[in-house]
Design a protein around this ligand. Structure first.
Ligand SMILES: Nc1ncnc2c1ncn2[C@@H]1O[C@H](COP(=O)(O)OP(=O)(O)OP(=O)(O)O)[C@@H](O)[C@H]1O
Ligand SMILES: [Mg+2]
Length: 516
């Protein structure tokens, strides 16, 4: 079913990296079916497809994480059989996988040079390593204490460190599987500047993302995959976004639906503002977040907008009891509350779908069913066990409502694709039937089509009275769907805008203006 829509084939050098008729099956799914893929030197190539389409599997086959069942991989025209990612690295193929795969308790410098530390007389040359690590990071405009352990830094910074690691040595091919999902706009811009430099040096870059605007900002060429098959290869300039979505989902109904999305949201917005569900009254914690006042009403979406480090996640953590507040309190049903743990918050009807699915979210070795019912079970209390039949019903309900692509709810959740894990995590929190839902970067890693469907699902819940605290690093997304937007900067609230006034420009102006 491959389309060959790419023009000017004669102007191109031969591909540097290639798969020919590659197939890969897992016990429950055919992840790749006869995929012919080509990556050319000096290009930035976007690999696109819905959650579970086979993108990460293709990357794993290219980089020696897993062997294909059939077909071949060619590097520089020669067949290669990488037995491990280290083999691929040695051949000049550097990869940044979907999850940050560094060692949290090693220093930043060690993480960058692990496995290839500069040596001096048979021992590691620490000073040299630190100097070079700082230099590499400076290339990404990052000034860090490279002697500190990795876990001292937030996820986004860790991601930049992983990028530094991937780019610091000579590479012929650089592969990035969703490198930007935890970065804010500034950092994405820095990363893109680095990628453009590398491209100028002739390096071939393969890039997976679910952010369409990034595809159009940076890529020269696009390969689309669907259900493990190669749909086609296109020059980015020849493939407008609506067509790209159509190729990814396999039908053309979505373009229209996406266009109607904003309208659908506005309909919900027009509902009468009800009484406050939850009020944050001067809630804060010394050194973490200045006391903040917020009111979230039934049926309403309150957006939190701000740059990375502005206090978005911190506000969510204080409200949900992950961090204990030392100032103010939360008011629910007219009663002041001080949550000492998430369990206290869950009992009061609050749910929070966190930003980092690996650290705070999924339990990889438990099944999809067990992962989905986890929060509901905790809410009811562990001694009142939910029966197996009911667990199955709940899990199946959310698998179908959120379009989780899985063979079986008894599969370990770790075997799902990244985006499908994220959907299951959302299902876990929806299953608690919360009155207030906090979504912190809820659609990170979720494909455009699924993202739209999930937001529809959540808006329908809002129409029935759910209150929503919506946090996203995409300011345009926050302003598009929220009734009100609270703008945060430097760990304090600097303004609140109504839906009519809230747009991306207004938010940026407030952030820029409040720098004194
Ligand atoms: N180790 C594994 N065992 C079983 N199934 C797997 C394994 N790895 C991947 N799969 C399945 O293969 C399919 C393709 O997954 P893959 O991770 O390649 O998707 P993806 O395109 O990267 O999606 P996403 O955008 O969500 O990251 C999915 O159905 C997934 O559940
Ligand atoms: Mg993936």
């Amino acid at each position: 079913m491959t389309e060959t829509a790419v023009q000017h084939p004669d102007e191109r050098p031969p591909p540097i990296f290639e798969t020919q008729a590659v197939s890969k099956a897992f016990p429950s799914v055919r992840a790749l079916s006869g995929v012919d893929f080509r990556l050319f030197p000096g290009e930035i190539h976007a690999l696109m497809g819905q959650n579970g389409a086979g993108k990460s599997t293709l990357i794993n086959v290219l980089t020696g994480v897993c062997a294909p069942d059939a077909g071949s991989v060619l590097l520089g025209g020669q067949p290669v059989h990488f037995a491990s990612p280290q083999d691929a690295e040695a051949a000049g193929v550097r990869t940044l996988y979907q999850e940050v795969n560094l060692c949290p308790n090693l220093s930043v410098a060690e993480n960058i040079f692990i496995g290839r530390q500069p040596m001096h007389g048979g021992t590691i040359h620490w000073a040299e390593m630190r100097r070079r690590a700082s230099e590499v990071l400076a290339g990404l405009n990052l000034v860090l204490d490279v002697g500190k352990t990795l876990d001292c830094y937030p996820i986004a910074v860790q991601q930049m460190i992983a990028i530094a690691r991937a780019t610091c040595l000579d590479a012929r091919v650089l592969i990035l599987d969703e490198p930007t999902s935890s970065l804010d706009e500034d950092e994405v811009a820095r990363l893109f500047a680095v990628l453009r430099q590398l491209k100028q040096r002739g390096i071939a870059i393969l890039f997976v993302t679910h952010f369409l605007e990034q595809v159009y900002a940076i890529s020269d060429r696009i390969t689309v995959m669907r259900n493990g098959e190669h749909v086609g290869e296109y020059l980015t300039v020849d493939l407008p976004a609506a067509q790209l979505i159509e190729k990814m989902v396999g039908h053309n109904r979505l373009g229209e639906t996406l266009a109607q999305a904003a309208q659908a949201v506005k309909t919900v917005v027009q509902g009468e503002a009800a009484q406050p569900l939850v009020t944050l009254a001067g809630l804060g914690r010394h050194g973490m977040m200045q006391p903040v006042d917020l009111e979230i009403r039934a049926g309403e979406i309150l957006g939190l907008a701000g740059l990375l480090g502005s206090g978005r996640t911190e506000t969510a953590q204080l409200l949900f009891g992950v961090e204990r507040a030392d100032a103010g309190h939360v008011v629910i049903d007219g009663t002041a509350q001080r949550f000492r743990s998430p369990r206290d918050a869950i009992r009061k009807g609050i749910a929070c779908c966190p930003e980092d699915r690996k650290r705070e979210g999924i339990v990889a070795e438990l099944s999809i069913r067990e992962n989905i019912i986890l929060a509901l079970q905790a809410k009811r209390g562990w001694w009142r066990k939910i029966g197996r039949r009911q667990q199955q019903q709940i899990a199946e309900d959310y698998v179908s409502r959120l379009g989780i692509k899985a063979a079986d709810i008894e599969q370990p959740i770790g075997l799902l694709s990244g985006g499908n894990q994220q959907k299951a995590l959302l299902g876990r929190w929806l299953a608690t039937s919360p009155t207030l839902l906090i979504l912190d970067e809820p659609t990170r890693g979720i494909d455009v089509a699924a993202k739209f469907e999930i937001m529809q699902e959540i808006l329908a819940l809002c129409a029935k009275g759910l209150g929503l605290l919506f946090i996203s690093s995409e300011i345009s997304e926050v302003t598009r769907i929220s009734h009100r937007v609270a703008v945060l900067k430097d760990r304090r609230k600097i303004a609140e805008l109504s839906a009519v006034l809230a747009n991306e420009d207004a938010v940026y102006k407030l952030i820029a203006g409040a720098s004194e």
